[in-house]
Design a protein around this ligand. Sequence first.
Ligand code: ATP
Ligand code: MG
Length: 325
Amino acid sequence: MQDLAAPLFGVPGPSRGLTLLRSETEEAPTRRPVVICVGSGKGGTGKSVLTSNLAVHLSASGLRVLAVDADLGLANLHLLLGMQPQRTVMEVIETGATLDEVAETGPVGVRLAAGGSGRPDMADLHPGRIGRLVAAMDAAGDSAEVVLVDTGAGIGRATTSFLYAFGEIVIVTTPDLTAMTDGYAVIKNVAHNNRTARIFVVVNRAASALEGLETFARIERVSRRFLGRPLSYLGHVLNDSRVTASVASRIPILLNQPAATASACLRGVGRSLFLEIERRRAGAATGFGAGPAADVGAGAETRPAADISSPDARHPRHQRGPECA
Ligand SMILES: Nc1ncnc2c1ncn2[C@@H]1O[C@H](COP(=O)(O)OP(=O)(O)OP(=O)(O)O)[C@@H](O)[C@H]1O
Ligand SMILES: [Mg+2]
């Protein structure tokens, strides 16, 4: 495994000499992990495919990654990672177990805390119980540098509990108008309820890099104008039938089809996210020079209603580059 991240994450902290001045019984404070929640408006946009492959990419890049399946009741991240977990996050909620205790190790060292599937009681948990899972994610720093949270689609109570709690939100949309519109609805809710979060966008199943960028630009423009909230683009993933084949084989496409165009795109998104995690851990305040605006949410209610299908949506000026490098 390539340890690209070792210089970033291995060394910082007091030197041994300094440590000796402290009480030997005093424990160093646990560093909080970077928690990244993946959400979408519409279902089926590719959140779980993205989460599983990002987990693989970040783990291969040297980060200790914990993936948490928070699509409670309809969990399937374990299938995409080819795992058959014995324990689930329900234990965290019901017995106070830690995420590390229920997690199992999958491909490339990815740790997965699986969700339960087919349990209606999990799909409608009391907020207090979901809060236990949120707290467990935040407390996972002993065993993970990055926690990737795969959530369910939409703005249901369980999903928003995660989207409103953490500082890094990744919204996955496709170029379809309905997916964009629903994705914007989630962004609007995050903007109003999680005022310091950085909101990233991935455009999945794009026909080209240009379509990905144009899709992002339309959502970004509306978000800036009506919510006062800039967004950051993590990149696009091309529509590629080999993704479906990799899902069927239960092996992340980065591992079983590394030369596929979708794999090249996923690595591109993974590299962008890695840099953002690096920035976050270094304490930088903004991503891509575009952190939350000073007037976040201000006056949003008095502004005219957003129309994402508006023909005057800004078209980015750029040259058509390689689809994914
Ligand atoms: N880039 C892509 N190219 C082609 N097909 C894709 C791509 N990404 C995802 N898919 C297809 O879309 C399906 C749904 O993806 P996935 O399960 O990741 O969506 P989801 O957003 O997690 O869905 P849900 O909202 O139900 O949790 C995959 O099984 C795959 O067949
Ligand atoms: Mg999913």
